[in-house]
Write a protein that binds this ligand. Structure first.
Ligand code: PRP
Length: 209
């Protein structure tokens, strides 16, 4: 039998949605349901090997070719800017990037360089560059909504899903930036060397999304 196709899955919700997708294709995912603390799991009778990783690491493993494929959010793809091939929009994990600020603030008014807090500094920089606006960007790791509340920043660039985190913290969307969803990505070399298997899987997935 061929070497299994190795797929890095973003741990958590995208992992669960991907397992559901795989099961809808008839792949046996028992090993993932019973994983315990294991991180590399055989799926579909050993035809696929699932690697569970954090979102940024999915890009790293796929870019370096130690995983052929990956399932990761468009947010991470935009931020990491890795040399990977985006194959499919999987349709789940939908949310959006938005610029937000304290409710009632006139973000685009006034003079002076604005400060923006974000877990996604590259996305934030690209957004303001596209507007020709000079901003200072502060990288935050955790709940970025804190930054404007503590007056560290004038605004944030972050993921908005339901909008309730913003609302419950007295913030509001100033401008939507881009829609996000989970994507199937591939290593550039795997795309050539394992083209047939990858294409077959892509065609199967397309019937379900
Ligand atoms: C994200 C994001 C917001 C929140 C938005 O954080 O950073 O804080 O979700 O969701 P909402 O619009 O439905 O309220 P997440 O919960 O993923 O946690 P994190 O801070 O660990 O990234």
């Amino acid at each position: 039998m061929n070497k299994p196709l190795r797929i890095a899955l973003t741990k958590g919700r995208l992992e669960k949605d991907t397992v559901k997708l795989f099961e809808s294709l008839g792949f046996d995912c028992t090993s993932v349901h019973e994983k315990g603390r294991r991180l590399i799991l055989p799926v579909a009778d050993g035809k696929i090997e699932v690697v569970l990783a954090k979102a940024n690491d999915v890009i790293t493993y796929v870019e370096h070719g130690v995983c052929d494929l990956g399932v990761v959010g468009k947010d991470t793809i935009l931020e990491m800017q890795g040399k990977i091939f985006e194959l499919l929009d999987l349709g789940f994990g939908r949310c959006r990037f938005a610029l937000a600020a304290k409710k009632g603030d006139k973000f685009f008014g006034g003079y002076g360089v604005k400060t923006i807090a974000s877990k996604y500094p590259n996305v934030a920089r690209n957004f303001f560059e596209s507007k020709g606006m000079d901003v200072e960007i502060v990288k935050i790791e955790g709940s970025v909504e804190l930054a404007p509340l503590l007056e560290l920043s004038d605004g944030i660039v972050d993921i908005v899903e339901t909008g309730s985190t913003l609302k419950e913290n007295g913030l509001e969307v100033v401008e939507d930036i881009v829609n996000i969803s989970a994507r199937l990505v591939a290593n550039m070399v795997s795309m050539k060397l394992r083209q047939k298997e990858i294409q077959e899987l892509v065609e199967m997935i397309k019937t379900k999304i």
